[in-house]
Design a protein around this ligand. Structure first.
Ligand SMILES: Nc1nc(=O)c2c([nH]1)NC[C@@H]1CN(c3ccc(C(=O)N[C@@H](CCC(=O)O)C(=O)O)cc3)CN21
Ligand SMILES: CC(C)C(=O)C(=O)O
Ligand SMILES: [Mg+2]
Length: 279
């Protein structure tokens, strides 16, 4: 009999990956895998591939909707995308981004938005950007049944303050600030923290200081998990950040398929008799 492998039930490989499994994964030293998804088609594929968590990122703005950034994305758009992803995910934990302008002003505002993403969208958790200035939001959501994932380092919703997409947390003062932000989010009840574009050694330090997992994107290999924007991961984007890696060439495959279709129609090769109905 072959040794049991994937099928062995262990706490970190549950039938359904839920919030407590995040911390269990960290404690077991099993890297958490997260990918963005914005629709049911890709969510079904990534879920079946075993991805632990699907992030309905506000990166839907620049990646799917053709916006120049994530800033124009609305709560209504996030609800539609979250509902599509949540409906297709059988195992993965669905995390939805709170979009720019939908949570920063107050804990009550954050709560109203998060409730929509859970009630109408079916999200299992929400994610918001920011540290110590977000603790009231994180505390209220966490105590009202809404798991919160934090997001520190490069927080793209603040690109107009940063003046671009740059590495964050370089230098001891900035590193201390980021560490304090991470500890504040954890104390307020966050269940995990995304670390985006921070130096590897700082991400390692934060990962060691926290009981909750860190999920890195451009933050080195020592984080408790990794997240990528799926179009970057699949080689779909015409541009991708330096920290990403194309694990496939789906853009080229899709382009070839579309080209073959166009050719077959023009040459009247498609549809064939097998695609045509009899009288
Ligand atoms: N396709 C995609 N991938 C992402 O990783 C991503 C999004 N979209 N949208 C939301 C945020 C924005 N992110 C970004 C956006 C731009 C850079 C960027 O311009 N990076 C440059 C310079 C980095 C540096 O300062 O060294 C690069 O060349 O990678 C990085 C991350 C990450 N997120
Ligand atoms: C890059 C990830 C972490 C994100 O926030 C998004 O895709 O919106
Ligand atoms: Mg985002």
């Amino acid at each position: 009999m072959p040794a049991p492998q994937e099928s062995t039930p262990v706490p970190t490989q549950p039938k359904r990956y839920r919030v407590p499994h995040l911390r269990a994964s960290k404690e077991a030293g099993r890297p958490i895998t997260m990918l963005t998804a914005y629709d049911a088609v890709t969510a079904r594929i990534f879920d079946a591939a075993g991805v632990d968590s699907l992030l309905v990122g506000d990166s839907i703005g620049n990646n799917m909707l053709g916006y120049p950034s994530t800033l124009p994305v609305t709560v209504d758009q996030m609800v539609v995308a979250t509902r599509a992803v949540a409906g297709a995910a059988a195992r993965a934990l669905v995390v939805a981004d709170l979009p720019f302008g939908s949570y920063e002003a107050s804990a009550a505002q954050a709560h109203a938005t998060a409730v929509r993403l859970m009630k109408e969208g079916g999200a299992g958790a929400v994610k918001l950007e920011g540290g110590q200035h977000m603790v009231e939001q994180v505390r209220l959501l966490s105590t009202t049944g809404i798991p919160v994932v934090g997001h520190l380092g490069l927080t793209p919703q603040s690109e107009n303050v940063f003046g671009g997409m740059k590495v964050q947390g370089r230098g001891e003062a900035a590193a201390q600030k980021l560490l304090a932000d991470a500890l504040a989010l954890e104390a307020a009840g966050a269940v995990a923290i995304v670390l985006e574009m921070v130096p590897g050694p700082l991400a390692t330090r934060v990962t060691k200081e926290l009981a909750i997992p860190t999920i890195g994107i451009g933050a080195g290999v020592e984080c408790d998990g990794q997240v990528l924007v799926w179009t970057d991961m699949a080689g779909m984007a015409d541009w991708a950040p330096k920290f990403s890696r194309a694990f496939g060439q789906v853009g080229a495959a899709l382009s070839a398929a579309a080209g073959d279709y166009v050719g077959a129609v023009r040459e009247r090769i498609f549809p064939g008799p097998e695609h045509t109905f009899d009288e």
